[in-house]
Each structure stands twice: as structure tokens, then as C-alpha cells.
Design a protein around this ligand. Structure first.
Ligand code: HH2
Length: 283
């Protein structure tokens, strides 16, 4: 099996399909399994390296969903997408296990293996890639006054500890990627600081995933203090900046626009960038 870096050259795009009624951006749009599967296929045609399918919203304020409900949402979509490159966005080991059985190759766990004690073993046994993400608090309350002494070093220490844990539990290090968790218990300034100093996270030695697409911090940056989403153009700009700072995988809703913008950025940086070399400006 390829390493994350071989499977996902820099930059790679991860498309997002949320099979939920309440996701902050595409909630309710993909609740029907056929509609969700068609959206995923379109994203792959548009250049996504992988499509991340999720059945539980983690937007600020979201409530948890039961195992039965999450399976009911995602399994029919995964079944329709057999043979395509898929990731499962879940914190539940049983959802991950069923998704891997149906051919998913990556488990995207926003709790970084803290949500379900069986998750690490499931990922290891399934031979899957794993994304470990930082979150302060839990979705229901995480945006209520998030605080850090130094957001970058705290996120880096957390991810380093989670990486060691995953490896100790049997997940090969070369299959793991790390994500600062934009918007997960972070103010606009925390998000900006994490991307500005993304080189600190890149120096942990694993490919970095950034998911800033359509998030409220982008809307707030544009001057609306009550925004709950960001625009497509702001999201594309955010993806290019994250790539420029060293990100390998960009998790986005708008695949075609992001792929086109990243093609220009990649061409401008020239040879070597896809192998993980951070552009000089990001070092
Ligand atoms: N963001 C969301 C969900 N999963 N996974 C990773 N690795 N990184 C992220 O930044 C990330 C994630 C939230 O965005 P979205 O899936 O669009 O919305 P919701 O959680 O409301 O379904």
C-alpha cells in the first residue's frame, strides 16, 4: 500500500459530501443517497483525489447522532460508489469498519481516536489511511469562548501525541495525516495563526490536511460578524493560501474551482512541490 504522500501528491483535493440534514454548508442537499452519490461522482470527475462522506454534522452547536442513524445515512451512499476513492468522516468505529468493508480507503476522525476506543484497532485492521484532527471541546459548545496560550504549539503537541498513540495502536505512521481542525474550538484569529504558522505542523513530518472550505470564519473575515458560512471565492483563496503554507490535502466543497486554482499555484511553485517540499516562502 502506498504512503499518504505517494497516494496524495501535494496538492490533492478531498471533496466533501455530507449526508446530513444539518451540516453548515451542504446540510439537507445530499440526504438522498442517489443525489449524494451523484455529487461524489461529479467531484471525482472534477479532479478530487478522494471524496469524504460523512453522516454526522460537526458544525458548532450540532448534536450527536446515533450509530443506527449514521449507518442509515452513509451506507447506501457508499454502496452506490463502489470502486471510487472514498474517505469516511466518522468518530464511530463501527461506521468506519462498515465503510472500509465497502471499499473506503481513509478514515477521517475529527476526534483523533478519542471518540471510540475501538477506532484505532479498526483502522489498523482495515489497513486504512487515517486523518487525525485537532478539536478543542466538542461540537455542541466548542465555539463558546475558545482559549489557548499559544494555539500553534498546543495544536502541534496534541497532534504529535495523537500520532504517537495511533502508531502505538498499530496504525503505520506513513498512513497517517494531520489536520489543525480549522473552526473546531477556534476564533477567526486562531484559525489565521494556525495557517500562518502551518510550517510548525508540517515539521511534525506528516502530510497536513486543511479544511477551511465555506467555514464561518471566512464569512466573518469578509465583515459579517454573524456569518455562518463563507463564500466559494473566499474558500478557494483559503485553499491556495493553505497549500502555499505547506498543506498537502485540501478538504473542500467546491472541487472544480479549487482544483483549477491549485493547478495555477502548483505550476507557479514548480517541480518538487508535489513530493512534499514546502515552498521556500512557507519554511
Ligand atoms: N471539517 C468539518 C468536518 N470534518 N474533517 C477534517 N479532517 N478537517 C476539517 O476541517 C473538517 C472535517 C466540518 O465541515 P463540514 O463537513 O462541511 O460540515 P459539517 O461538520 O457541518 O457536516
Amino acid at each position: 500500500m502506498k504512503t499518504v504522500s505517494e497516494r496524495f501528491p501535494r496538492p490533492s483535493v478531498m471533496g466533501i459530501v455530507n449526508v446530513t440534514p444539518d451540516s453548515f454548508s451542504d446540510g439537507g442537499v445530499h440526504l438522498d443517497a442517489s443525489v449524494a452519490a451523484a455529487a461524489a461522482r461529479r467531484m471525482i470527475d472534477e479532479g478530487a483525489a478522494i471524496v469524504d462522506v460523512g453522516g454526522e454534522s460537526t458544525r458548532p452547536g450540532a448534536d450527536a447522532v446515533s450509530l443506527e442513524e449514521e449507518l442509515r445515512r452513509v451506507l447506501p451512499v457508499l454502496e452506490r460508489l463502489a470502486g471510487l476513492p472514498l474517505s469516511i468522516d466518522t468518530a464511530k468505529a463501527e461506521v468506519a469498519r462498515r465503510a472500509l468493508e465497502l471499499g473506503a480507503e481513509l478514515v477521517n476522525d475529527v476526534t483523533a481516536l478519542r471518540g471510540d476506543p475501538a477506532m484505532a484497532g479498526t483502522v489498523a485492521a482495515g489497513g486504512a489511511y487515517l486523518c487525525l484532527m485537532h478539536m478543542q471541546g466538542e461540537p455542541r459548545t466548542m465555539q463558546v469562548d475558545p482559549r489557548y496560550d499559544d494555539v500553534v504549539s498546543e495544536v502541534a503537541s496534541f497532534l504529535e501525541e495523537r500520532l504517537r498513540f495511533a502508531v502505538a495502536e498499530g496504525v503505520p505512521e506513513e498512513r497517517i495525516c494531520l489536520d489543525p481542525g480549522i473552526g473546531f474550538g477556534k476564533t477567526v484569529e486562531h484559525n489565521l495563526e494556525l495557517v500562518r504558522r502551518l510550517d510548525v505542523l508540517c515539521s511534525l513530518g506528516r502530510p497536513v490536511v486543511v479544511g477551511w472550505s465555506r467555514k464561518r470564519s471566512l464569512g466573518r473575515l469578509l465583515g459579517d460578524p454573524h456569518a455562518t458560512t463563507g463564500t466559494v471565492a473566499a474558500s478557494v483563496g483559503a485553499a491556495v493560501v493553505a497549500f502555499e503554507r505547506g498543506a498537502t490535502i485540501l478538504r473542500v466543497h467546491d472541487v472544480r474551482e479549487t482544483v483549477e486554482a491549485l493547478a495555477v499555484a502548483r505550476a507557479a511553485y514548480g517541480r518538487g512541490v508535489e513530493r512534499g517540499a514546502a515552498p521556500a516562502a512557507a519554511r
